[in-house]
Each structure stands twice: as structure tokens, then as C-alpha cells.
Design a protein around this ligand. Sequence first.
Ligand code: NAP
Ligand code: F7E
Length: 342
Amino acid sequence: MKKKIAIIYGITGQDGAYLARLLLNKKYIVHGIKRRSSSFNSQRIDGIYKDPHFKTNFFLHYGDLTDSLSILKSIAKIKPDEIYNLGAQSHVQVSFDVPEYSANVGALGTLRILDSIRSLGMEKKIKYYQAGTSEMFGATKPPQNEKSQFYPRSPYAVSKLFAHWITINYREAYNIFACNGILFNHESPIRGETFVTKKIITALCKIYNNKEKKLFLGNIYSKRDWGHARDYVEAMWKMLQMNEPDDYVIATGKQYTVKQFINLTVNQLGMKIEWRGKGLREKAYWNNKAIIEIDKKYFRPTEVESLKGDFSKARLKLNWKPKTDINLLIKEMIRFELKNDK
Ligand code: NAP
Ligand code: F7E
């Protein structure tokens, strides 16, 4: 049987690395598009990359979501069966500092891919996955599902809302098999260092090993629904195997505050901490030393306070459910951190 061909935009990111492994295990030929950077940015996929002079099903190409020509050329040349658009400036707080770039990549980058599919006349051949986000719900009260109102609270979230609707528009206007995954937060040992779960686990492991003294955080009372990236990329693939394109919420249905996430982490490390004080003065103490403090520079101009996904539709139609609970996620992240921090 002919092998399926997939393009992944955002191949060097957390989800790109997990999805590439999943598709290679399913015998796909995988083409990853990575942008040029002055130092290597491919650590997450080095383990699966082979010199293309030898037999391989995994190829890398330079490209950029802000560059229409590179997108058009790569799709025309590779002629994929499936495209997964995971590329984004994905840090919410950073999107307040670089709003125009975040919108260019997140919103217009999506349009560039969809319109390339259309201009190349590949509407019937290519199935398209768009990496949407629970951030689009923003201020809407939980539990959030596919019917909940969108109320984005950052340039990142607004750009993703454009991407969501342009995906639906191209589906309806040009009959492209295009799906939106609306994914709630998902983490893993290879999560970017500045997202809160990874930042907490890295710092607490270092503090535990006496290699660092203190961790500074912002709003520890926001609530998130945290899953594992490995489970979530499976849902992306499942969406493109359905008979009809559709949009799906992918979540765990469980919610924790950032502070609860810290408490679960210290429990696993066997550290007994004590919280004292309130507001900006709140601190966590370990062996009578303050190891966590609040720094208002990490507060966002507008915060998303409470996210909890209702994934009933994905459970019913995709036969998908999360396999990893928060304690196992934290355990994996801690193990990775301790092993790699020699
Ligand atoms: P990530 O680790 O930040 O990866 C983002 C990827 O996009 C990286 O490969 C990055 O390349 C690439 N990228 C950034 N700007 C680009 C550009 N101009 N052209 C081409 N590629 C570009 O994000 P992730 O956690 O894997 O998330 C994957 C996608 O799902 C993102 O679109 C994110 O917004 C969305 N999402 C994530 C979550 C989550 O909780 N993880 C939840 C919902 C939705 P570099 O490596 O060079 O930076
Ligand atoms: O923040 C609070 C922060 O940056 C989580 C992205 O993958 O998921 C991610 O966006 C919460 C927020 O993730 C710090 O204010 C406190 O309330 O880990 P985060 P995020 O903003 O939820 C969604 C679904 C995406 O789509 C995004 O691409 O933690 N928080 N103190 C902090 N957050 C960070 N980063 N750093 C702190 O020091």
C-alpha cells in the first residue's frame, strides 16, 4: 500500500516532535518545515532525524509561516495527503510584546497554507489540521466545549480565533477537509522552558538539588486543564481519519490552579513546603527558606482565569480520551529533569 505523506509545520516544537514520532510509527513519510535560526533549534527531533543520503521516512525543509512563497513551494513539491499546522508564536505573554508577529504567524500563516492548498487545486487531495486553543475561550466560564462562546484575551488568542474561522471558511467555501482541534493546555518533558509547568518543575528540581535558590512566578491562582502532549497528538491524527471534517475540543475535564500544580510537584519530590502571606507577598518556604516568590512582571495585561474542557464530542466521535493523568505527567517531567540535569 502507498505510504501516506504528511507535512508538519512547527516540527521543532513540542507537539511537532510527538506528532512526527506518531506518524512515523504509523508508517507515514513525514516532511517537517522548520524556520532558520542562528543556532540549532531541532533538539526535540534529533532522535528521529537521519541523513537523507540514507534510507529515511523523515525529511526536513526550511520554510516560514510568514513567507507565502516557501509555503506554496513546499506543498507543490511534497504533494502531501495531510498537513498539520502546529506553527505559532505560542507564548501568550510574549504575544503582548510581539503582537504583530504573533498575528502574522498564527492568523495569516494559517491563511497562507489554506490558500496554497486552494491555489494549487489540491482541495480534494489534502486533509488539513489546524492547531486551535482553549485560549480562544478566554473569559468564557468553564466547562468549555465546541458550542461555548469565544472571548480571546491576548493577541495570541485573537490570532488563533482568526485561524479557527478561516479554517471553517475554507472548509465551507472550497470543500477542503479542514479540522480545528481546540486543545487545552498540554505539557510533557519537552515542553518549552518558559511555560509554567516546565518552569516550575525545572526550578523545583534544581532547588531540591541545591543548584538554585528561588523561583519567581506570576498569577498562581489561574486554573488550567493540563493534559499530556503525547495523548493530544493522537487526537489530531484521529480528526483527519474521520469521514467528515469537524472541530473538536481536546482536554482532560480536570482543573487545577498553578498553586495546586506546585503542591503536587513538591509532594512527588518529597519536599514539605509551607505557604505564607497573601497577594504579591505570598511565598512558599522549604526548610524555613523562601523558595517561591511572586513577581508582578509575570502577570499578564489580561489573564485567562479558568479553563476546563468538556471533551464529550471527541470521546463519542473520535473514540478519544486522555490516557495520562496529572500525577503521571508530573512524574514523567520530574524524571526527565533529574536525569538531564547532571
Ligand atoms: P511550540 O513548542 O511553541 O512550537 C511552535 C512551533 O512553531 C515551533 O516549531 C516553532 O519553531 C514554530 N514556529 C514559530 N514561528 C514560526 C514561523 N514564523 N514559521 C514557521 N514555524 C514557526 O508549541 P506547541 O506547544 O508544540 O504547540 C503546537 C501548536 O499548538 C501551536 O500552534 C500552539 O499555539 C498550539 N497549541 C498549543 C497548546 C499547548 O498547550 N501546548 C494548546 C493549544 C494549542 P521554533 O522551534 O523555531 O521556535
Ligand atoms: O501559563 C500562569 C499564567 O504560559 C499558564 C500555551 O501553550 O496553553 C499555553 O498558554 C498559567 C497562566 O500557558 C507564570 O498567567 C503564573 O495563567 O504555561 P502558561 P498558557 O498561557 O495557558 C494554551 C492552551 C496555548 O494555546 C498556548 O500556546 O500560569 N503563570 N506564573 C505563569 N505562566 C508562565 N508562563 N510563567 C510564569 O512565571
